[in-house]
Design a protein around this ligand. Sequence first.
Ligand SMILES: NC(=O)c1ccc[n+]([C@@H]2O[C@H](COP(=O)([O-])OP(=O)(O)OC[C@H]3O[C@@H](n4cnc5c(N)ncnc54)[C@H](O)[C@@H]3O)[C@@H](O)[C@H]2O)c1
Length: 369
Amino acid sequence: MLNPITVQLPRKKAYSYPIYIGTELLSKMQTHLPKHNSTLVIITDDTVKELYAIALQQFLNKAGHKTLLLSFSAGESSKNGQTKNVLEEAMLAQACDRNSLILAVGGGVVGDLAGFIAATYMRGIDYIQVPTTLLAMLDSSVGGKTSIDTAQGKNLIGAFWQPKAVIADILCLKTLSQEHLVNGLIEAFKMFLTSDAKSLKFLDQNLDRILARDEALLSEVVRRAVSIKAEVVAQDEKDHNLRAILNLGHTIGHALEQLSDYTLLHGYAVALGLLLEAKIAQNRGYLEAQQYYYIKTVLQRLNITAVGLKKFDIEAVIQKTKLDKKKQDGAVQYVLLNGLGSVYVAENQFTHSVDDEMLRNAFSDVVKE
Ligand SMILES: NC(=O)c1ccc[n+]([C@@H]2O[C@H](COP(=O)([O-])OP(=O)(O)OC[C@H]3O[C@@H](n4cnc5c(N)ncnc54)[C@H](O)[C@@H]3O)[C@@H](O)[C@H]2O)c1
């Protein structure tokens, strides 16, 4: 295992935390755990429980820890107040106190939900993210955004609550479906597009072996993406300005995700968003035609093409983007590329208004190609 990446939060040194990326980290978990905790509460979903969490509990019990294993049905539909309540009641029934430590073992659903429980249980306890999907390893486990969904929308209730550490065991990716592997790779592609031309080249050149799950290359993808996220979070923990760059592809992506009733996986929706938003950047003169073509080609290699967009009615997409949380003075805000590895910045702002006509034109250009 290489040295951990550290998220340096300027607020207070104590809020900074390490991100360990490597193999066989689950079996060596006790080496990364603080000594003082009373109960280790492993929160997971039913799938990951069988695959990894039961074994993890056994390792920890053998090392002399008191543990409690709690799980819920896998999937986004569990990320709600009801599941949160059930898990909290179980922790209270087992007399988990303020020194308990939560281990969030699973994908982004587990991480967001268990992180939010940590943020509110007895007014806040420690937790460690143990991501098991690629998306969770390189994105959702880092940065301290925790949340649940409500009938009104995704991630509407939550808190910023940073973990004490992130422990990403690349071996867990062996059992992940190909669809979820690509789902995570799209977020890595997005991060590299915003700020790292070298990593973009690395991803592009090694894509076939990454898709075939070469462990060393997957570790490198996670390491590179996490380094970007850690840097962005360190500079803008509470999402006031720079952190917005992580929303590249998301303004449209979120709209498509909702219009598909969440049958389209988040990453795939973001990928179609990336394509359209890159076209908007090209039409505004920020991105060259060949740079747009490069983005299109990489997505094609992930089997994502404009055919996926044709299922959507652009007027419905426009209406949905208007519900975006990040509107400013009534105008929908977009992150726009101005090159491969950099975003357009004007007056120190990373997001920009895009009117309906621009979105309509970009859509019509992309589906015609
Ligand atoms: N907090 C953040 O900053 C942030 C950022 C991005 C996304 N998110 C959230 O993350 C969630 C999506 O995360 P996700 O894509 O990881 O979904 P997920 O947690 O639902 O996991 C996807 C599926 O993979 C299964 N799984 C997990 N690990 C596995 C493994 N190693 N092998 C086999 N199967 C495994 C899970 O049981 C689940 O069925 C969304 O709720 C989204 O809002 C949060």
